[in-house]
Design a protein around this ligand. Structure first.
Ligand SMILES: NC(=O)c1ccc[n+]([C@@H]2O[C@H](COP(=O)([O-])OP(=O)(O)OC[C@H]3O[C@@H](n4cnc5c(N)ncnc54)[C@H](O)[C@@H]3O)[C@@H](O)[C@H]2O)c1
Length: 340
């Protein structure tokens, strides 16, 4: 199948690009490079032995998108492009509504006019908000507690309306839990521009010496060791869930939402310990006050992913830490050294 991947030069997009091509599909990438890297797409080309076209442009630019759809005629879209920092979304909510909601609206309009009927969307467990029970299943009420989460929920709702308007259309929103890790080759991985917002890239930067210490936000939560607990999953497992979703869209009508997580929580301290084993030295940490808006603990019920997609996480915490360390130690400055 011909697949258009928005945000394919980013972290999850580049890993998914590998799996999409390995599954025998053709892919074209659309990315503005606001947080993605040309080098990531080039390295996927090298990894897969396939020449991948990266179209640099913004999903909000309708005529740009139309020209790509006309030229490539994709049969499905995997939609990663968006902004993803919770704190930044509180400070600058309009940027999030513009890129995430308006950008998705433009994309769906173009898909509609070009008769492209299938889409897989990067949603997030953030849509659930405060847990009323755990693990979160897909029937858990949705009540996001920040603008980022609200933009994800709005796009899910838009996909529901878009797909209901034509029986040929189908959409899957994958609600990711906490993707970490890197491709085992060490060629691609997470390279956030600026200061990382997530735990794993931060640990990796401290381990490689580009940051001096890891701040642990809150040591007094009601969890096994007082630190926050999350459902981390390997990005390669997550990438495979997208390929399975492309298959599932073929015999689905309307919109479906599916959690993608392991079903198990890991605390910050447990993650640090696992990373210390992977990199074979200790990681400097300092426990500071809780961060506003952080939840103590959440993890997924992933039974629906198994039932609908035949998907379950296969890679372990050890794999996540080993592969992150391979990527970070081989690319201490990320893609920067080779970027042009
Ligand atoms: N990483 C996570 O923890 C996580 C968790 C849940 C959901 N998600 C979602 O998954 C998706 C991918 O996340 P990621 O971690 O790979 O992030 P990322 O920032 O690495 O990738 C997003 C890509 O989209 C591109 N982009 C941003 N705005 C664009 C625009 N207007 N037009 C074209 N391209 C644009 C960026 O340049 C980047 O390459 C995002 O939608 C994110 O919200 C991520």
């Amino acid at each position: 199948m011909k697949i258009l991947i928005t945000g394919g030069a980013g972290y999850i997009g580049s890993h998914t690009l590998v799996e999409v091509i390995k599954a025998g599909h053709q892919a074209v990438v659309v990315d503005s490079l606001v947080n993605g890297h040309t080098e990531a797409v080039e390295r996927v080309s090298k990894l897969t032995g396939s020449d991948i076209h990266l179209a640099v442009g913004d999903i909000r630019d309708k005529s740009f998108l139309e020209s790509i759809f006309t030229e490539f005629a994709p049969e499905a879209v995997i939609h990663f492009a968006g902004l993803k920092a919770v704190g930044e979304s509180v400070e600058n909510p309009m940027a999030y509504y513009d890129v995430n909601v308006n950008g998705s609206r433009v994309l769906l309009e173009v898909m509609q006019s070009q008769n492209c009927h299938r889409i897989v969307f990067s949603s997030s467990a953030t849509v659930y908000g405060e847990p009323q029970y755990l693990p979160y299943d897909e029937n858990h009420p949705v009540a996001p507690i920040n603008p980022y989460g609200r933009t994800k929920l709005m796009v899910e709702q838009m996909l529901g309306d878009w797909s209901a308007a034509d029986p040929e259309r189908s959409a899957i929103s994958l609600r990711y839990f906490n993707p970490v890790g890197a491709h085992p080759s060490g060629l691609i991985g997470e390279d956030p521009r600026g200061r990382p917002n997530n735990l794993m890239p931060f640990i990796a930067q401290v381990a490689v010496g580009t940051s001096s210490e890891l701040q642990i936000f809150g040591g007094d939560y009601d969890t096994r060791d007082g630190t926050g607990e999350r459902d981390y999953l390997h990005v390669v497992d997550l990438a495979k869930a997208h390929v399975l979703s492309l298959n599932a869209l073929a015999d689905q009508e309307g919109h479906d939402v599916i959690n993608i997580g392991t079903g198990h929580g890991v605390t910050v301290k447990e993650m640090v310990k696992a990373f210390e084993i992977a990199c074979a030295h200790s990681i400097n940490t300092r426990t500071v006050a809780r961060r506003a808006g952080d939840l103590p603990c959440f993890f997924a019920n992933s039974e629906r992913a198994q039932a609908r997609l035949g998907w379950a996480a296969k890679l372990s915490l050890t794999d996540m830490c080993r592969d992150t360390w391979t990527w970070q130690s081989q690319n201490p400055s990320g893609y920067k050294a080779r970027e042009y």
